[in-house]
Design a protein around this ligand. Structure first.
Ligand code: BTN
Length: 336
């Protein structure tokens, strides 16, 4: 692994040599094996081995022409984030990882090793991406956005109330910024386009919520994924599928961080109650009849909105009840 290197002034950390090689070829021109070897500090035959590895993996396809060198067969769009995000309200360090089990798990490990928050991580690929309710988050190489932001929370529950819903608002705004229309939310934070899931949010807490703790805000956005086999059990889409256009993941990442900065700023200063109406306007199933699943238990009710803490308000048998918790999920009733 190459640690804390730099390509064209952009910060990179934990990139594999194959990933560095792809970044050299990113300009679409021919590069000789010798020149690539010099940049990577390896021999020409080591370069050839890495090219064979990349071609075999299916991550990219590289042409080899005698006397000219190597050239990418198709355009690729590697992540090239700036080392530091500077927003209006917050700033944080950004780390780029090539392949990781889960950016949330890695953020947790970094917190446990004493790295101080805030910091963000973005990866080209996750091998064990985590979804809500113990699900797996399909995370192929170079196609989507896998992002985690670790924040320190020192005002306990007050600072966390409604937070996961607010992140959903930031994600839909970022998607609108890159040209996706008709984006809406499904409580608590599924992001949908025409009923198909385009993005998900997973918040994980560590520490003592009565005192000082950390929250890891994990966001997965399907960007350029066009097929996923049968791995995803629910209806899904991506920016590519929704708009018909490949999206620049670097622009999407910038949009996401700017919107997180904006919405976290509003949430931190004014609380979720200031964003509740906006959230309800974006809730696809507002007023609809739903089933709420909590493990084995299923509750039938009508959605009336959310409360100031982000809990779901359902009218069940004529009486309003409130529900919150990470294990809950909603399903539309056929007759609504
Ligand atoms: C969901 O099930 O809707 C939540 C999906 C969250 C996926 C993201 S991808 C980046 C971060 N790392 C993970 O392992 N999960 C989150």
């Amino acid at each position: 692994m190459i640690q804390a290197g730099s390509i064209k002034g952009l910060a990179v950390i934990s990139l594999s040599p194959e990933s560095m090689l792809l970044r050299i070829l990113q300009d679409g021109r021919f590069h000789s094996g010798e020149a690539i070897g010099l940049e990577l500090g390896v021999s020409r035959s080591a370069v050839w081995k890495k090219i064979k590895k990349i071609n075999a993996s299916g991550i990219a396809s590289i042409h080899c022409v005698k006397g000219r060198g190597y050239k990418l067969a198709n355009e690729i769009n590697p992540l090239n984030p700036e080392l530091h995000f500077q927003g209006v309200n917050f700033s944080w360090a950004v780390g780029l990882i090539d392949t990781v089990d889960s950016t949330n798990a890695e953020a947790l490990r970094r917190l446990n090793s004493g790295i101080s928050a805030p910091f963000a991580l973005v990866a080209e690929q996750q091998t064990a991406g985590r979804g809500r309710r113990g699900r797996n988050w399909v995370s192929p190489y170079g196609e989507n956005l896998y992002f985690s932001l670790a924040l320190r929370v020192d005002q306990g529950m007050r600072q966390l109330e409604g937070l996961s819903l607010v992140i959903g608002l930031a994600v839909i705004s970022a998607l609108k910024n890159v040209g996706v229309s008709d984006v809406s939310l499904k409580w608590p934070n599924d992001v949908l386009v025409s009923g198909s899931k385009i993005a998900g949010v997973l918040l994980e807490l560590t520490g003592d919520i009565a005192d000082i703790c950390h929250v890891i805000i994990g966001v997965g956005i399907n960007a350029n994924m066009s097929t996923a086999g049968s791995e995803i059990s629910q209806k899904w889409t991506s920016v590519l599928r929704a708009t018909g256009l490949q999206t620049d993941r670097n622009l999407l990442l910038t949009a996401l961080q700017n919107q997180l900065d904006k919405y976290l700023g509003l949430h931190w200063t004014r609380g979720f109650s200031a964003l509740k109406d906006e959230w309800e306007r974006n809730h696809l199933w507002q007023g609809r009849s739903v089933f709420l699943s909590a493990g084995e238990k299923q509750i039938s009710g009508r959605v009336v909105g959310v409360d100031a803490s982000g809990a779901l308000r359902l009218v069940v048998d004529g009486v309003e009840q409130r529900f919150s918790g990470g294990e809950l999920s909603l399903r539309l009733q056929d007759d609504s």
